[in-house]
Design a protein around this ligand. Sequence first.
Ligand code: UDP
Ligand code: MG
Length: 344
Amino acid sequence: METAAPTNVVDIVIPAYNEEGNIARAIETLFERLQSLPYRFELIVVDDGSSDRTAEIAASYAGRYPVRVVRLTRNFGKENALLAGLDLARGAATILMDADLQHPVELIPEFIARWEQGFEVVYAVKESRQGETLLKRLATAAFYAGVNRGADVDIPTNAVDFRLLDRAAVRALCSIRERVRFTKGLYAWLGFRTAEVPFVAAERHAGKTTFNRGRLVRLGWDGLTSFSDFPLRVASTIGALVAFAAVPYGLWIAVRTLVYGVDVPGWATLTVAVMLLSGVQLLFLGVLGQYIRNVFIETKQRPNYLIRDIVDADAAAALQPGASRDSPPTAAVAMVRSGRSAAV
Ligand code: UDP
Ligand code: MG
């Protein structure tokens, strides 16, 4: 699978899910701005099961620019879409960026400069979280505090998925095939010489973020339970504290009963104690269940994603002359080099 990495090729992987309003602008901006750099930039757009014209629009650039469009068979989520792109990257370095133009292309020359200085991983760090709600900022801070408490590695708080990875780091990242995938944690786990580049995130160019509150909580929970045993330790600690507290309390009740006899009042305390304890137990059964779910998902060994087809420059060139750019999505299948789905 590994082909020799040409030293002047740098891949750019863009995961895109329903980005028809952004993808054309993203591709054009990239190739316009990067022209002056002495590298050949090859774009890999991973269409993560979009239901709009994202793939079609991206594929229409395949003849003009070195663009490959990889269509996954359905929506596998950003983490898996990134992995699909990284698996197909072949350059001396690979840059990951979002399709919505929130990641400024202007930073890429800086990434490259750092990489040329010998840094194997260069990533952008959000300078401010302005524009985010207080709740989101607090939740983010709490999440990183929790995950970093129990993880063996330090996951930087404001780092984003806009980064450059040297070939060696790409290879290392691709060798990790875990399904409960929290890529930001994986970067930290990899190590390598890393450099940070601060930036201010732009507004989304068009469309809406798909990482709504529910999806963010799920990703956070996956990150927490795949990188940290902190929730388990909290569960054990609280369990132990409650159990230890119960012993003197039980003794005190026994003594009181012996001295003063049985007294009927007290049922309220009991009810509260039962409710509290059963609540705590259910909560931590849930935590335990999450870890078991992770084991369950990993043991099934399903592929991280499935590729429906890949449209590249050769395939685009093979298009019939006069073929309309606005052809229906099925026409894209005809442009495919190999119709066989690749399970990676
Ligand atoms: N994305 C994806 N698959 C998904 C969700 C998102 O490939 O299931 C892509 C999306 O098209 C974009 C990037 O991941 O290029 C970041 O998504 P988004 O802008 O929605 O997230 P945010 O910027 O809010 O973190
Ligand atoms: Mg975005």
